[in-house]
Design a protein around this ligand. Structure first.
Ligand code: GUN
Length: 283
């Protein structure tokens, strides 16, 4: 059996069109959704991500501001800018691109962003709201995964989902979201013994470990859904995920490719969150 490929690019395109339509409606009511993106230092990968976020805002008719600082920026200066953006009525979403330079405390920075403008969904208030099933900003990659599963028509309730990876940005929140959808969730990580024993029980595997080809066909139960969150470069410099795609696709029922899987969904959900924040502003 060869798996059905879940085309993240196609789903993202459809969702972006829906968001663009909603942006137009909001504009007719006098509100232009606005996103501020802050980049500190000179990390090339971060710059690429930030540029893509700006491009997506333009594409969907949103207002966007890109604020760039040198590596030498102090934490106080950054906190000052965030305080200013928290008060700015033209800005509905504030995103500080991570990682930050070592001299700046990421936790303090995340907690300085108003939870009502935290479109990354990283603020503990939003994480708490999400866990308790309240309305919240859901962090973009986990949210994108959930939307992909739904768009692909995959039933989540009652399924056993195994999340491999426990980062605050992906692993932990995606497990919680799947639990909210009534999946039975197992978390695996670098200290898990006998990983295969767990993943072979999974109806849905979410691979978010950050290691190229970490999940192989040996880990996959026939017919399982395999979601690959990894963005790695292999020895040849080629972009690849955490899943050995070619072999896993022969065993899985559904699988996401890298590139063109989860990646395009992340920015789309950021746009969704910014739209949602602007709408909240109306009420
Ligand atoms: N760095 C890598 N991914 C992300 C993300 O989703 N948001 C922010 N702010 N920084 C990141």
């Amino acid at each position: 059996m060869t798996a059905t490929i879940i085309d993240g690019k196609e789903i993202a395109k459809k969702k972006k069109q829906e968001i663009a339509n909603e942006v137009e409606k909001l504009k007719a009511e006098g509100i232009v959704p606005g996103l501020a993106v802050i980049l500190v230092g000179d990390n090339q990968a971060s710059r690429t991500y930030v540029n893509s976020k700006q491009r997506a805002c333009k594409e969907l008719g949103m207002h966007s501001v890109q604020i760039e600082y040198p590596e030498s920026l102090t934490e106080e200066e950054l906190l000052g800018k965030i305080a200013e953006l928290n008060q700015d009525d033209t800005i509905h979403g504030i995103l500080v691109q991570l990682p930050l330079p070592k001299a700046i405390n990421e936790t303090r920075v995340i907690e300085a962003i108003s939870p009502e403008k935290d479109v990354d969904g990283f603020h503990p208030v939003n994480i708490g709201r999400m866990i308790t099933g309240q309305d919240a900003f859901i962090s973009c990659t986990p949210f994108g995964i959930l939307v992909m599963l739904k768009e692909a028509g995959i039933e989540i309730a009652g399924k056993h989902a195994v999340v491999v990876g426990r980062s605050n940005i992906v692993g932990k929140p995606v497990g919680q979201l799947l639990l909210n959808e009534n999946a039975t969730v197992t978390y695996c990580h670098s200290r898990t013994k006998d990983l295969e024993k767990h993943t072979l029980e999974a109806d849905i595997i979410v691979a978010a470990v950050g290691r190229a080809g970490f999940i192989t066909e040996r880990h996959v139960k026939p017919g399982a859904v395999v979601i690959d969150v990894g963005i790695n470069r292999n020895e040849a410099g080629k972009l690849c995920g955490d899943v050995a795609f070619e072999e896993a696709k022969e065993k899985a029922g559904f699988i996401t490719p890298v590139p063109g899987g989860v990646g395009p969904m992340t920015i789309t959900m950021l746009m969704f969150n910014t739209l949602k924040s602007a709408r909240n502003h109306l009420n």
